[in-house]
Design a protein around this ligand. Structure first.
Ligand code: NAP
Length: 308
């Protein structure tokens, strides 16, 4: 067991991320008490059945009473409403943090509604799966991953350090950066790749002379890996694109230019240029494996009982 870092942690939103934090905190003894709340009654009763918190509150403001740390883990578009809902219950000096995949727009919304008595440390764990809900969470989700903190005008040095200590205790390495920089970095490393996956899976579904059954049958040719990403939570991703609009559109502009260059290479049969690009991209995959961010196993370590 690690050292206890907080007395009472309240977690608002008990989906994949919130329930994983709750499990990790309880398993490692990082707080004396973990109280959870979710807007959805069925999620609250499921969280009770699963026993992922010490207590499940019936309202957001009662959940956060006397909590020294409040973690809001709801979709980006619901963060402002969740912050308003906890406002009356917050204790003097409480640290409020959140885990949204977009930072600048969320911070602007939170600063407008969070009472002065609380401090605010925005964060984003770079960890997740394509599943959502309280059953999808697990205590090791953050192990060996990064968590980015983007301090703002309502963060104090001590509060940033306490939130960083929690993420480290959950197994993550912590980096701090500005919210704007976070949004650009994540646009290219996460948001655009998801957009490409949503797009290609949508296109495949619409191609008239390829049947649905062929798309499924021959999916191992690369398509299957896109379908995993494209199965991600629709509400979460709708909110990410609506809230990180500027950075996504800027990166999408660059992406489109590069795609046009690739189109030209194919049209002009410029094999050398294609090979040069694919050699560079293969090297990037190698660096990701060397950094311990993915497995070296062929086909992501999927079991192969026969060749597909
Ligand atoms: P999730 O599994 O869908 O869970 C979110 C939960 O929050 C749902 O149970 C939802 O209930 C509830 N909720 C919505 N509005 C609420 C409110 N006002 N008050 C209390 N609960 C509310 O989503 P998640 O994957 O955990 O994502 C949560 C946050 O983490 C998002 O901001 C996302 O950007 C961020 N994040 C996600 C990942 C990932 O890979 N999934 C990774 C890093 C960060 P309903 O279902 O009824 O709406």
């Amino acid at each position: 067991m690690a050292d206890q870092l907080f007395d009472k942690i309240a977690i608002v939103g008990l989906g994949l991320i919130g329930s994983s934090i709750a499990r990790g905190v309880k398993e490692r003894g990082l707080a004396r008490e973990v109280v959870g709340y979710d807007l959805a009654p069925e999620v609250r009763s499921r969280a009770k059945e699963l026993g992922i918190c010490d207590e499940i509150a019936e309202s957001a403001d009662t959940a956060v009473v006397d909590a020294d740390l409040v973690i809001v883990a709801v979709p980006v578009g619901a963060t402002e409403a969740a912050m308003k809902a906890i406002a009356h219950g917050l204790a003097e000096g409480a640290i409020v943090t959140e885990v949204g995949s977009v930072k600048a727009a969320v911070i602007r919304q939170v600063l407008a509604v969070l009472p002065e008595l609380a401090v605010f440390v925005p964060g984003h764990p770079i960890a997740g799966t394509e599943h959502s809900g309280p059953d999808a969470g697990f205590a090791e989700l953050f192990d060996g991953r990064w968590c980015i903190l983007t301090p703002c005008e309502r963060s104090t040095g001590a509060s940033v350090e306490k939130v960083a200590a929690l993420w480290r205790a959950l197994g993550s390495a912590v980096e701090t950066m500005t919210p704007e920089h976070h949004d650009i970095v994540l646009a290219i490393t996460s948001h655009i790749p998801h957009l490409i996956a949503f797009n290609i899976v949508g296109t495949a579904a619409d191609v008239e002379d390829v049947t649905q059954s062929e798309v499924i049958k021959f999916s191992a040719g690369g398509f299957r890996d896109f379908t995993r990403i494209a199965a991600s939570d629709p509400v979460m991703w709708r909110d990410v694109f609506l809230h990180n609009k500027d950075a996504v559109l800027e990166m999408l502009g660059r992406f489109s230019e590069d795609l046009a260059a690739l189109q030209r290479m194919i049209r002009w049969e410029d094999g050398a240029a294609l090979e040069e690009l694919f050699t560079r991209t293969r090297a990037i995959r190698r660096s990701i494996i060397e950094a311990g961010q993915d497995t070296e196993e062929p086909d992501f370590g999927r079991p192969h009982s026969h060749d597909d």
